[in-house]
Design a protein around this ligand. Structure first.
Ligand SMILES: *Cc1c(COP(=O)(O)O)cnc(C)c1O
Length: 373
């Protein structure tokens, strides 16, 4: 049986060369020169002044929230359809997440629903570009201006993505990225926080490194932890960044190949390919299955797994997470779009290194299974 992994990274550029350089130089911890080189190159590619590399994308969000001085009594509006890291970073700071439904076609936060949730406690909007498609930033920026709110931008699924010609990651007062193995730029594990504000960047650097005092090293006026990225990871990141433009071309092609193969099945809702001002970069190729019941959907997933097609279910909405309910953080609400797609959405093998024949095999297998219903 052919086994197709849901992700296959693509490491065929200068990755081994730079990592070997790091090893040969002896700089293997976070003190090596590749870290600042990666920070500068990545920040500049995303149109930002400062980059602070950290150990993963979840921690990048935690530090971003802390650097924005959010805390008890504050509310942060965010999509329900995203990864738990968005909510956990806000909750760890003492602030409260307020969840918004997604639209049924883009799966991004429905920006029309933001304004009615704003009150005196609202301090920030956290936007997440889901699955490689940008959020409607024009409207978010207008709302943030009108109510004097900060924007925290999680661009972990949108490296190299643009919205009306501006890079994703350049919109937030503070923006974050992940470099996990399935992201468009990977360092294995890793993340980065971007900002144009020098003071915020300095705060981030201190928070990343145990808040060592600048004058008296082992004196600490604040508490933090160790969130540093290693020189080895940064070496990998620089090589990956050199390939980012090619990666986007590959991912667009992956999306087009899937679309051509799956376009004609009435049961499959395809992702949005383009809108005025942006194109989908297909960080992953997600689909929503229509007109199946829960049992049929379970059966479809089991059969895909049995036939060796790596897939993942969609995010489970944050407003129905038991961990958040247990903390008393959910006011009962019904967000039907994200509840629907979380039950009937999956994404297919979508790595930068996923081959055309793997895409074809995955699509054919899916269509065969669907034909049985
Ligand atoms: C991957 C991801 C993260 C978390 O990144 P890790 O490096 O895995 O901690 C955060 N936000 C989004 C939207 C992601 O896709």
């Amino acid at each position: 049986m052919i086994e197709i992994p849901v992700n296959r990274p693509f490491l065929n550029g200068n990755e081994s060369r730079y990592v070997n350089e790091a090893i040969n130089s002896g700089w293997i911890s976070s003190d090596g020169p590749f870290v600042s080189e990666f920070e500068n190159k990545f920040a500049s590619k995303m149109g930002r002044k400062f980059g602070v590399a950290v150990s993963n994308g979840t921690v990048a969000l935690e530090l971003a929230v802390r650097a924005m001085n959010l805390g008890p009594g504050d509310e942060v509006i965010m999509p329900s359809f995203t990864i738990i890291s968005c909510a956990s970073s806000v909750i760890l700071s003492g602030a409260k997440p307020i969840f918004v439904d997604c639209t049924s076609d883009t799966w991004n936060m429905d920006v029309e629903k933001i304004e009615s949730l704003i009150n005196q406690r609202t301090k920030a909007i956290m936007v997440v570009h889901i699955y490689g498609l940008p959020t409607e930033m024009g409207k978010v920026i207008a709302i943030a201006k009108k109510y004097n709110l900060m924007i925290i931008e999680d661009a972990a699924e949108a490296h190299g993505q643009e919205y009306f010609g501006k890079p994703c990651g350049s919109f937030g007062n503070i923006s974050t990225f992940s470099f996990y193995a399935n992201k468009h730029v990977t360092t294995g594990e890793g993340g980065m926080v971007l900002t144009d504000d020098l003071e915020v960047a300095q705060r981030l650097r201190s928070l990343r490194n145990l808040c060592f005092d600048e004058k008296q090293r082992f004196l600490h006026k604040n508490l933090s932890s160790n969130y540093r990225m290693t020189n080895l990871q940064a070496a990998l990141g620089i090589a990956q960044l050199e390939n980012l433009d090619d990666t986007i071309v590959r991912k667009r092609k992956l999306g087009q190949t899937y679309r051509d193969l799956l376009n004609f099945n009435q049961r499959i809702q395809l992702p949005v390919d383009c809108r005025e001002g942006y194109l989908n970069h297909y960080w992953v190729f997600g689909i929503v299955i229509k007109n199946l019941n829960f049992y049929e959907m379970e059966s479809l997933k089991n059969q895909l797994a049995q036939k060796g097609v790596g897939f993942r279910p969609f995010f489970w909405p944050l407003h129905i997470q038991p961990a958040l309910e247990n903390l008393g953080l959910i006011s009962i609400q019904n967000l039907p779009n994200c509840e629907y797609i979380s039950n009937f959405g999956i994404y297919l093998p979508s790595g930068v290194g996923t081959t055309e024949s793997e895409i074809k095999h995955s699509s054919t297998t899916l269509l065969e299974i669907l034909n049985e219903f």
